[in-house]
Design a protein around this ligand. Sequence first.
Ligand SMILES: [Zn+2]
Length: 961
Amino acid sequence: MAGILRNILCSIFISVISLARLAIADDWQQQVDYAINIQLNDNTHHLAGKAIVGYYNNSPDSLHELYFHLYPNAFRNKQTVYAKEAYIAGDNQLYYSSEKDRGGVDILSVSGKEVRDYKIDETILRVNLTSSLPPNSTTVIEISFDLKIPEIFSRLGHSGDHYELTQWYPKACVYDDKGWHTDAYHYLGEFYSDFGNYDVTITLPAKYVVAATGKLIETQADLSGSTITGSDSEIDKDGIIPGLKALHFSAKDVHDFAIAADKNYEIEAIQTGNLAIQIYVLPKHKKAWKDVGKWAEQAIKLYGEWYGDYPYDELKIVDADDSPGAGMEYPGVVLISGKAVPFTTLHEAEVIHEIAHQWFYGMVANNELDEAWLDEGFATFTEIRYFEAIYGADNNILNLPGWIPFKLQITERMAARYYYYLLVSSGCDKSLNTPSYLHSSNEFGYGIYYYKAALILFSLRELMGNSAFDAAMRHYCYRFKFKHPTTDDFIDVCNQFSGQDLSWFFRQWIETKSNVDFEIKRVSNSRLRELQPNGEGYQGLVYLRRNAGNETPVEVTVQDEAGDRYSQIWGSSEKDSEVMTFNTKAGLRNVAIDPNDQALDYYRWNNHYPRKIKFEFIYNKPDLDAYQIFFIPYGWVVPPNTYRLGAIFQGRQFFDAGPALGKHQWSLFMAYDFRGKSLMHSLNYRTPLGMLGRFTRIYGGWSRNIETQNAIGGLSFNHYDSPFSKGASHTLDLSVASTHYSSAYESDPRDVSVGNLLSLNCIYDYKGGGIKFGGGWEIKAKLGKDVGNDVFEFGKISAEFFEYLRFTSKLKLFARLYLGYVRGAVPAQEHFFLSGKLFPDKALRMTWANTGDLSSQQRWHIWGDGNLRGYFGRHLKGKAIATGTIEHNLPLSPIYLFYDTGYTANNFNSAHLNNLKADFGIGVLFLKLLRVDFPFWISEPLPKEPNWDFRIIVGLARGLQ
Ligand SMILES: [Zn+2]
């Protein structure tokens, strides 16, 4: 069979060669044509084949060797560049894979008239030539290969008998004016390949439905008697698979070739003009995919208007069945997630984003590794334009049921703005000319090429004007069709169409990570009559400042008390301050810099006079322009016989949590307790303190519960290796607290002593963030004194060590060791509790009942202290504690097993080891939020209580408490 196909291939190949020598314009690029014949063995997941490569040296240089990518070798072992970067990024799939699920490509032979020998270095094949290949000459090389198809870790792979064959063949590295591009397969970052013509024949069992780049030009359905030759002969007893077919595809002017195969694909065909769109969907996803054709048609039409026609006559939209390879573009083929994300339009965004790549990647083919913004930024810009064109400027990426308040409306562009704000405020921003693979330790930062780049294009459009911009984009696509443009080429086109030199704009946005921040410092307003005898109306002076590095012209708009608007432009200037004069009929009511959000000013709160404050009922999304104050009604039933009603007020600039930096976040809580006839309240404030490091925050709070009054003030220093990504973090928290405990009906006198406690607290917390050992530790030290009547005076120290040990990607074990000691006259609440913590650290204390069945020492498990879950209801505590916990999950389920052991005593003494207690049980985690634990066995039951019994306690997931 291989013989028959080979003959067909050779004849086609000769005709391809004659077509291939396209005229080279003033700039040159190499051309590489491929005739490839492959056979898929779906039992052993091997793809064996031969590639005949025609390499056309259009460069002015003589080449002594040729380089090819062997991308599948990225999945060969844990030592590859890909494997190491994935590990750093926290993706452990390849690290924990077994040998049989990995893959790689073996080169069986490399031959050709000019071939001397070859050498393989992981994902690069170097072919040394016997003599140099001079400019304007051609060589033909035959490469036989055997590809072991891995499980899908990244792009190439199979999942059972679902195949995504991408980056699968020996693909020539690009040689351009910078030399050879022999980049490895990176965890983050895509590809760069030369254009050429492809002629690919795949032989495989006839039951597969195949989607591939290019046109299907021939099908040989009956290959009876043929065999699939693979590296393995497990095909069947005779080595024969009946019902093979051979599919022959041809593609012109593409720089990659992708194949997807699945036995269950159903095909929906749509013809729009000359374009045949085929949708390959798995039956289980048909419902989620019902609108895919409509989205594709809309996208093709709009993009054609904006950038010129779709360059090929076929487009295949392929269901990637939720593999990690989904959401990826190939020439003429896009791989899309099978399932939609509920209540969002993300599926549509994915489809039309990948289709946008047919222009920016497929047709206009920049180097995706070195200048990722030219494809991802352009595709994201196009995605936002699509949503604005189809659904209007107030489009919504959330598609929630109607009864949910519409306040959660977030437009595509707003989502990009939030991302950009977080990039800048968290310090993850980088210049756009950073190579994409340098983000593997901070995947969040990879978003610069998508969101920051898209927003820069919107700013550019404002700067150039719509018609010049649109003309420039069309020309760019026309001029660089089937070529490799660079950032400089795009700048040249923009300069040409805008009639001005825009290098200053691009230089600051592409080569630096500086940004834009304008501020209104002051506004003064006077009656002209007071300035000049015959003056009429008013004169307003607006004092402006440019705080950040980037220069850009910006609009300043004022509105007077009569409602009239006036605006002026503050031109791009090296000055960082300006005073603008507005002569108005009436006094100034408000002033805004960049009112239409065109300058990409990342910090917009200071763009307004007066500063904007918005009052919101319950909740609203973050507002980049206004300080928000929320009002949230509150009600809570405290069993058995009281309830509380009240309200929470919250104020914030953006939101301030972890690496997401907002400012001036406060909350005021007030609730009336009907049984205690008392008003409970708390006030908390927190804000970053930039001068002590980006993630240092100062905080303070006051609360009055029924039984306690509490005041606290402190500083917390956070240090992240990479915010928003996996990686180590350190936190140091220093605080002073004063707590008054009074006797009240609420607390259990076994657990709480009455008094006034002043304490100094120091907490140091380290989290490793690794994959294999994700653990960390926390040391807490506390000095406390009773300031009222000197009953208490104590020093307290505790240490918690925890470690995640991973055995496989699915099975991990959690181990915790807890040690604590408190010395002096200690109130009950400062002892170490054996079964779990008395009070939560983070949650509102008044939310939990302090007595009764659902209180913290009865059945409500607050993770912490001794954590011996079998001993709830016993109120056991001591001045010294040593406990250990082991928990391990059952793979692929929310169920885990736990073992706890340890003791409390009033001092550390070996005799107390006789008091060692232990428990064992099963827990279930619901929605990753609520833990329900069943400690079936305990070592020291009460009199008449059996060791084995049904016990149940509940609590929140560890991280929430
Ligand atoms: Zn993309």
